[in-house]
Design a protein around this ligand. Structure first.
Ligand code: NDP
Length: 404
């Protein structure tokens, strides 16, 4: 039995808190704390009505490590699940070091005005985690998260050597708005407007944003334009998957989304540095977030599917082998179950699973780890039983031979 503290009360947290409440035999006490307590209370009341489970709620500023240590002590938490924003990763990790409790997140640390997309500062806390005797689990969402585990599962169970990986992320959901992002707009727009990057034969190759495009036939969705982006899981997978020759990440975007993004970029609305407006400092992307629909409000409007997975090619018993591991998720079914759309669902479920495997002592260790460093099978089994069933199909081995 474990006492869990969840920080943040957006779409991802909503799903993770519901899924943790469904695992009462593992989590005997759950505290949900965020900047706006009202949002925690709303999630708690949904869970009380649906599952008859009590969730404790609190207000917290996650940028204030001292206050978080106080809340950890008050709640008696043994595990902290960080579902606030990547800006809070370091203060929350530091609070866990001081209070000596385990830490889990779903996104790498970002400074609000520097978009770096790297694990450096979190990995630098490895020794402090070791000394405190606690485990830090980085990237327990879907991508990063389940996609890393798919790669680890392939490495541990299906291949002798892995040479090529393409991670393929498709959200074919339709929310009916002219323009909206399906998770936090600041984080989402930074990621997709940045230069592309992939890793090949030991070095990083940079591309212009959206320069490399391919059509990919996503099962249950169909062919979609998919664009090469840099995504944070590439950094850890390059270290942890042995024998790799190339790894890339692709995400689908509609022409409509790209046109809106280009216009916003052209007029400076995606800027992350403050500009003066009537004597006040305003960060354009923060102002844009105020104008755009709250991703947590997309749930009731979104129809269609997500399909996220990995195509992996390598060798087994001397033969070429290529597989596609993926999950398909239905926005409307996610909403029926949790009141959130599939992007929050596909992130919130793996966040719960990470916390559950640590609580049960199935994943253990001292230090800071990326999710693919653990045994993949227990996580894969939990995905199947927690609403994110996956499939593996064998393909004709050609990944890596195609021309871009
Ligand atoms: P939201 O913006 O919907 O929710 C973030 C929550 O964090 C809000 O409740 C917000 O409070 C709270 N928060 C922000 N700053 C603070 C602070 N200083 N103190 C306390 N609480 C704070 O985001 P999502 O739910 O969409 O995403 C949550 C996380 O999941 C993000 O880190 C995102 O990058 C990550 N993610 C990971 C994915 C993956 O597959 N790995 C995919 C999608 C998201 P308030 O309500 O007051 O604004």
């Amino acid at each position: 039995m474990a006492n869990l503290l969840i920080i943040g009360a957006g779409g991802v947290s909503r799903v993770a808190t519901i899924k943790c409440a469904m695992n009462q035999e593992v989590f005997d006490k759950i505290t949900l704390a965020s900047r706006t307590k009202r949002k925690c209370d709303e999630i708690a009341s949904f869970i009380k009505q649906r599952l008859n489970v009590n969730i404790h709620t609190a207000e917290i500023d996650a940028d204030d490590s001292e206050a978080v240590v106080g809340l950890i002590k008050k709640s008696g938490a043994e595990i902290l699940l960080n579902l606030a924003l990547p800006y809070q990763d370091l203060t929350l990790m530091d609070a866990c070091i001081r209070a000596k409790i385990h830490y889990i997140d779903t996104a790498n640390y970002e400074h609000p005005s520097l978009a770096k997309f790297e694990y450096k500062e979190q990995w630098a806390r490895n020794k402090s985690f070791k000394d405190a005797g606690i485990l830090g689990l980085l990237g327990s969402g879907f991508d990063p998260g389940a996609t890393n585990v798919f790669c680890a599962y392939a490495q541990q169970n299906l291949f002798d050597e892995i040479h090529f990986i393409d991670i393929l992320d498709c959200n074919a959901g339709d929310h009916g708005y002219a323009f909206a992002t399906n998770f936090n707009p600041e984080i989402n727009l930074r990621e997709v407007s940045a230069k592309g990057r992939y890793w090949q034969e030991g070095r990083w190759i940079e591309t212009e944003p959206m320069e490399i495009k391919m059509g990919w036939d996503y099962p249950q969705v169909g062919v979609k334009d998919s664009y090469l982006l840099y995504h944070e899981e590439l950094e850890s997978l390059v270290k942890n998957i042995k024998g790799l020759k190339r790894i890339r990440f692709f995400m689908t975007f509609s022409q409509n989304y790209l046109t809106h993004m280009k216009c916003l970029e052209n007029v400076g609305m995606l800027g992350i540095k403050a500009v003066k407006h009537k004597g006040m400092d305003i960060v354009p992307i923060e102002f844009l977030k105020t104008l755009l629909p709250d991703p947590a409000s997309l749930g009731p409007r979104t129809k269609g599917f997500t399909n996220i997975g990995c195509v992996i090619r390598g060798k087994k018993d001397g033969q070429d082998k290529q597989i596609y591991i993926y999950n398909v998720c239905n926005h409307e079914e996610c909403f029926k179950e949790t009141g959130a759309q599939a992007v929050s669902y596909t992130t919130g479920v793996p966040a719960m699973i990470g916390a559950k495997l640590i609580a049960q002592g199935i994943w253990k260790g001292k230090g800071v780890f990326n999710i693919e460093e653990f045994e993949a099978k227990p996580f894969m089994d939990e995905l199947n039983s927690s609403g994110l069933a996956w499939k593996i199909i064998e393909m004709k081995p050609n990944l890596g031979d195609e021309k871009n």
